[in-house]
Design a protein around this ligand. Structure first.
Ligand code: ADE
Length: 425
């Protein structure tokens, strides 16, 4: 059911889910003290007064806290989903009903609706874009050239979006500054590694309820996300194989204790395949062909392109839903392949995405990146900017403090030593 209010424009599944969403948003807030402090400061300082801001994010309890913090800072904001399957409908309802934030997102929305929501977001005439995967920025540049002059900048959440921004910059079409939130240390060290690691397996377990101990799990890609998935799969007792295209990362995986081999070999050995590469068709027909009967495949990379599901579907003689978010494809050989989460981000499709404690730091970076763009309006060339180290360190300091931990400080003698080069052996 689509509800559309007259006063506040929105498109969410069902506003009566708001009470449940409110409760879950409150729960997530317990694990998000850093963003909470930033929200309180924003409420005092109003850095976004007069700023129109659109966010294209997974609509989760954690994103709710980001949206609330930006609104507290005076932003005239609007939120859309960055993936058709990742929206938490109760959260979307609560943001509309309890916080007066326009949201256009429905779990399971089709591609046409997803793209219509993108256009609605751009109709809001944004000054700042928070992007997760680059779809809004790419659409703006391709279709809304007349709005480019309004843009103060964009902030990008994920590795895939950064790859796209670099391509835009190279082609000379990026006409405004872009903040690389993904590469902040307080983002990718924790969100990509521990967040993806835990939530991906959470998604697999919620969808299938299979025991992972003793299973052979093939992790495709050993970037920060792949490292996290492999580490957590090992911790649950799985036998982990890593596939890579980068020789250095392959050595790293081998020295971390994983077997490394090409997908052509791994395909016949895996019980469960998890793609986290950011590239397309990492698992394709020749791999499906040699997989074990009942092999399970899923993806935790940003887009649903890593598993060639079109080819699998074309070959299949039957397709049935065996559990929520779990579909079984029957092949002419009589074997079956199980696909979890329709090849979309399994952690968000079948579970709740990264836990709040890591999103606390990711979204603290997003919030402060937006503030940085506003403070430096007109001063930044079109380019991709790292999050300033001072912001990264401040977020780490606040997180550490919230975790009740203290660290050492250098003595004057140590500082002098670190700044000298004369004393050696
Ligand atoms: N990306 C991964 N997990 C997420 C979450 N919980 N909220 C928003 N974006 C996410």
């Amino acid at each position: 059911m689509i509800a559309t209010a007259t006063k506040l424009k929105h498109e969410v599944k069902d506003l009566s889910l708001a009470a449940k969403g409110k409760q879950r948003i409150e729960w997530a807030g317990r694990e998000m003290p850093v963003l909470g402090q930033i929200r309180d400061r924003f409420a005092q300082e109003k850095p976004f007064a007069g700023i129109r801001l659109i966010a294209c994010c997974h609509v989760t309890t954690e994103t709710a806290h980001l949206a609330i913090a930006l609104k507290a800072g005076g932003a005239d904001g609007l939120l859309i989903a960055s993936n058709p399957l990742s929206t938490q409908d109760d959260v979307a309802a609560s943001l509309v009903a309890d916080h007066g934030i326009p949201v256009f997102a429905i779990k399971g929305e089709d591609n046409a609706t997803y793209h219509r929501h993108l256009q609605i977001a751009l109709d809001h005439k944004p000054n700042i874009i928070i992007d997760d995967g680059g779809d809004v920025t790419a659409t703006l540049i391709q279709e809304r050239k007349n709005q480019l002059a309004d843009i103060i900048g964009t902030t990008e959440e994920t590795t895939t979006g950064i790859v796209r921004l670099k391509a835009m910059l190279k082609e000379g079409v990026l006409t405004f500054p872009a903040m690389n939130v993904n590469d902040a240390e307080t983002k990718h060290f924790f969100d990509n590694r521990y967040g993806t690691g835990q939530s991906t397996l959470d998604g697999v377990i919620r969808a299938t309820n299979v025991l992972l101990a003793g299973k052979t799990i093939v992790v495709a890609g050993y970037g920060w996300c792949g490292k996290g998935v492999a580490m957590r799969a090992k911790g649950l007792g799985a036998n982990v194989i890593v596939t890579e295209i980068n020789a250095v990362r392959a050595i790293e995986a081998a020295m971390d204790g994983f077997r490394v081999m090409p997908m052509s070999e791994a395909a016949a050995q895996g019980d469960l395949f998890i793609t986290v590469t950011g590239n397309k068709h990492v698992i394709r027909p020749e791999h499906f062909e040699v997989m074990k009967d009942g092999a399970m495949v899923c993806n935790s990379g940003h887009f649903d392109i890593e598993i060639d599901l079109k080819s699998l579907g074309a070959k299949a003689t039957g397709l049935r839903e065996v559990r929520n978010f779990t579909q079984e494809y029957k092949l002419p050989t009589g074997k079956s392949i199980v696909v979890i989460g329709e090849g979309r981000l399994v952690n968000l499709a079948a579970a709740e995405g990264h836990p709040s404690a890591v999103m606390d730091m990711s979204f603290a970076n997003q919030a402060m990146a937006c503030e940085y763009l506003v403070k430096n309006k007109g001063k930044l060339e079109p380019a991709i900017y790292s999050i300033p180290e001072a912001i990264d360190q401040e977020i780490a300091r606040l997180k550490l403090e919230a975790m009740g931990m203290a660290i050492d400080t250098l003595t004057p003698d140590q500082i002098e030593y670190m700044n000298s080069w004369t004393s050696g052996t």
